[in-house]
Design a protein around this ligand. Structure first.
Ligand SMILES: Nc1ncnc2c1ncn2[C@@H]1O[C@H](COP(=O)(O)OP(=O)(O)OP(=O)(O)O)[C@@H](O)[C@H]1O
Ligand SMILES: [Mg+2]
Length: 382
C-alpha cells in the first residue's frame, strides 16, 4: 500500500515536471521571432507558432489542419512538400531557402526541416524552423554586384588599354590618307566612314580607361554646386531646345565634397545626359543638393519625369555596355563609369524609377549620389 502511494506521488511529480517542461517549450516557441511549425506526412499543419500566424495575418488555430498552400504559394508549397517527403523517408534534417512574395515585398527565408521521431525512431512529423534572411540576402547581392562590377572593370580596362595604341595608329593613317584624297572622291567618303567608326571606338576606349585610371581616390575635394552649375551651363541650351524645364535647388554653404572636380562633373554630365535622353517636351529635370550634417555627407538628387527604367533593366543599368539606346547613340558606359568614380571617393549612387504613374509616385527616374563632406562634425570646410 505504501509502495503504491509512493508510485502515485512519483507519477504526479513526473506529470507536473512534464507539464512544466512542456509549458517552457511552448512559451519558447510562442515568443520566438522565428517561423516555427510542424507538418504531418500529408503536408498539413499540425501546429503553427504565433509569429508565423501573425506574419500571415491570422491566428494559429486558423491554420492548423490546413495544407501548406494556405500560407505559401503553390510553387513554394511544392518545394516544401518535396523536402518534407525527404525528411520522412530518410529521417534527416534538410535546409533550404525560399522567397515569399507578398505584394511588392519579398521576404527571404532560410528554413530547416527536422524529423520528429517516436520511440521506435519512426518519423511522425516534421518540424520547420525558418528565419527571415532578407537583409542578409540584400547585402549579399550588393556585394556580388560590387565585385562583379570591379572584376568586369578590370577586364574591360585591360582590353581598352590593348586597343588604345592600335586605334591611335589606325586614326593616324586614316588622317594621312584623307589628306592625300580628293574630297569629292569615293575613297574620301570611305575613309571618313573608317574615321567615324574609329572615333566611336576611341570614345569607348577612353571611357574604359578613365575607369581604369581611377586609382586610389586621392584626397581631393571640390565644390559640388560649382561642378553642377558648370555642367548645367553646357547642357542648358539643349534642354531649352527640347522644351524641358530645369529646376535647380542648390543648397548654400555646402562643404566641399571628396572627389576630383572633372571626374565628379563626368558623373553629373552622364546623369543629366541620360535624363535628357529619356524626356520629351514638357518634362521636368530637377537637380538638388543638400547637406546631411549628421552623416557628414552631401546628397545630390537628379530627378527626371522621363519614360523611366523597366524593372527588368534596373539590375543591369550599372553594367558596362548595358544600353537600351540604338547603335551609335549610347555605349552603355555612362553609368558604369559614374559608379566607378563615385565609389572610388567612398560615395554611393542609387537609382529609383517608375515607368508609369502609380501609388508610389509619378513616373520618372531619380538618381541619388551621396558624397563625403570635407571636415568633421560641425566643422565642415567650405
Ligand atoms: N534617367 C534615365 N531614364 C531612363 N532610362 C535611363 C536613365 N538613366 C539610365 N537609363 C537607362 O540605363 C541605360 C544605361 O545607361 P548608361 O548611361 O550606362 O548608358 P547609355 O546612356 O545607354 O550610353 P552612354 O552613357 O555610354 O552613352 C540606358 O541605356 C537607359 O536605358
Ligand atoms: Mg548615359
Amino acid at each position: 500500500m505504501k509502495r503504491c502511494r509512493g508510485l502515485e506521488q512519483e507519477l504526479s511529480e513526473k506529470t507536473e515536471a512534464l507539464r512544466k517542461s512542456e509549458e517552457k517549450y511552448r512559451s519558447l516557441v510562442e515568443s520566438a521571432e522565428d517561423f516555427i511549425f510542424t507538418v504531418d506526412e500529408s503536408g498539413r499543419f499540425q501546429s503553427v507558432n504565433n509569429f508565423t500566424a501573425n506574419f500571415f495575418g491570422g491566428t494559429p488555430s486558423q491554420f492548423v489542419g490546413q495544407p501548406l498552400t494556405v500560407l505559401f504559394s503553390e510553387a513554394i508549397a511544392t518545394q516544401q512538400r518535396k523536402l518534407i517527403r525527404m525528411v520522412f523517408e530518410f529521417g534527416k534534417s534538410v535546409r533550404d531557402e525560399f522567397m515569399l512574395e507578398m505584394g511588392e515585398h519579398h521576404t527571404w527565408l532560410s528554413a530547416n526541416f527536422m524529423p520528429i521521431k517516436d520511440e521506435q525512431e519512426r518519423v511522425v512529423a516534421v518540424l520547420c524552423i525558418a528565419r527571415d534572411i532578407t537583409e542578409n540576402k540584400k547585402l549579399e547581392n550588393q556585394l556580388i554586384n560590387t565585385e562583379k562590377l570591379a572584376s568586369m572593370g578590370t577586364l574591360a580596362a585591360g582590353v581598352a588599354h590593348e586597343l588604345n595604341n592600335p586605334l591611335g595608329v589606325m586614326l593616324g593613317f586614316t588622317d594621312l590618307l584623307l589628306e592625300k584624297c580628293d574630297k569629292d572622291s569615293q575613297d574620301y567618303q570611305d575613309l571618313k566612314t573608317i574615321e567615324r567608326h574609329s572615333l566611336h571606338c576611341k570614345q569607348v576606349v577612353e571611357n574604359l580607361l578613365s575607369y581604369a585610371r581611377q586609382g586610389e581616390g586621392e584626397a581631393e575635394y571640390c565644390d559640388i554646386n560649382e561642378a553642377i552649375e558648370e555642367i548645367v551651363g553646357v547642357v542648358k541650351h539643349s534642354l531649352e531646345m527640347n522644351d524641358v524645364e530645369l529646376r535647380m535647388a542648390l543648397s548654400d554653404d555646402l562643404p566641399k565634397v571628396k572627389g576630383d572636380l572633372r571626374q565628379v562633373q563626368q558623373v553629373f554630365l552622364n546623369l543629366i545626359n541620360n535624363a535628357v535622353a529619356a524626356m520629351k517636351g514638357g518634362d521636368v529635370l530637377e537637380i538638388q543638393t543638400a547637406l546631411d550634417a549628421g552623416q557628414g555627407k552631401v546628397r545630390v538628387k537628379v530627378q527626371d519625369t522621363g519614360h523611366g527604367i523597366r524593372d527588368e533593366y534596373m539590375e543591369k543599368i550599372f553594367d558596362p555596355f548595358f544600353t537600351t539606346k540604338s547603335e551609335g547613340e549610347g555605349t552603355g558606359l555612362g553609368l558604369f563609369v559614374s559608379h566607378g568614380i563615385v565609389t572610388k571617393y567612398e560615395g554611393t549612387i542609387t537609382c529609383e524609377s517608375r515607368t508609369e504613374d502609380g501609388p508610389q509616385g509619378p513616373r520618372g527616374t531619380t538618381f541619388i549620389v551621396i558624397l563625403r563632406a570635407r571636415g568633421k562634425g560641425a566643422h565642415y570646410e567650405a
